[in-house]
Design a protein around this ligand. Sequence first.
Ligand code: GDP
Ligand code: MG
Length: 405
Amino acid sequence: MARKVGDLRNIVVCGHSSAGKTMLVDQLLVQSGAVNAKPSVDAGTSICDFDEEEKHHKHSVEATVVHFDHAGKHFNLIDTPGYPDLVGQMIGALRAVETSLIAIDAHAGIKVNTRRAWNEAGKAGCGRILVITKLDTDNIDFPALIASIKTFTDKPITTLVNTHYHFDHAHGNQSFGPEVEIGSGSTIHTGARLMAGCKLGEKVAIYPNAVLYERTKVGTGCEIHAGVVLGCHGFGYRVFEGSHVSGAQLGWVEIGADCEIGACTTIDRGTYGPTIIGDGTKIDNLVMIAHNCRIGRHNMICSQVGVAGSTITGDYVLIAGQVGVRDHVHIGEGAVLGSKAGVSNDVPAGAHMLGIPAVREREQKIRFAAISKLPEMRRQLKKLQRVVDELARDHTSAPSSGKAA
Ligand SMILES: Nc1nc2c(ncn2[C@@H]2O[C@H](COP(=O)(O)OP(=O)(O)O)[C@@H](O)[C@H]2O)c(=O)[nH]1
Ligand SMILES: [Mg+2]
């Protein structure tokens, strides 16, 4: 089958000796289905370390090329030996690829050949992916390890935490800013964009074309649907010398654990701190939450709701479709805002509100009933008016009593 150049990925796997490079490559072959085996460096059954000398010493001696297909791409991997004496194998291989994958043993940390690999890959103009291995071993100081990695370069490094996340590479054009962290088991679908400093918990799903602005935090188990925008600038303007000037937009958005944010919903960043969505809150499609809002835990917010800035809701609030909530109001715990309500004042806990402006549901139902009777009342009023007019006419046209003065 003819392959397009754009579908090729050529990667050199390098780093210090015993960092787990060969085991990683063997496992990639297994996980991608290229081989049906249980290769082991220690048992002498590694696919890459097949040479008798390699089997005997239980480490790589020569560079080995392997390949597999995954998600429409063809990967050529070159596993290289990590002993400083054999560094020529790595340097030569780096001239043949566009990407390097540098393995770092989490326990042993940065070693002489880790730095060498980083520098040689840079000299060869390769992209550099750092993979931290042996995270299952004891006494790992992960923050210290990340700090030591950052001494390699002034440039920001994107950190993808844990190896068990999944990219939908089918049409793969996701993009990540620096310092992004993605928790284990998360799935980032095609076209999603995570800007600098975004942090996702475990098992988060980010669907196509969702955009997470800088420093957005998303808790474990959240689903962020297609087209969602989290952390967009708040709509805060003041007039200065005749023009509208935007105020500070320095905050971010924080989504708690187990939330669902429906398609095309937008949540603006706080002015200085976070706009918060509490744990377990579910938000429907096409909702707008403005800057500095603090939505409580386990709220249910239906489609086309608009909540203006700095509004706070308690836990278990239910907001039905097309409700509009004014800025700076407080909606008490367990309150229910009926469909199309226009909320302009604080709502007590547990209150059921309806109408524009929203009042207690019972009061509003009396008003609605009265409104439905208005046409009949109008007809009756007209009738009465006619009767009154006739009486008034009769009264003025009646002959005088004729009493003599
Ligand atoms: N516990 C643990 N051991 C590992 C891991 N990766 C590799 N090893 C062990 O580390 C040793 C060196 O692995 P190898 O792949 O040959 O390292 P290389 O020299 O970088 O190719 C072997 O004994 C592996 O079984 C890992 O993620 N966890
Ligand atoms: Mg090896």
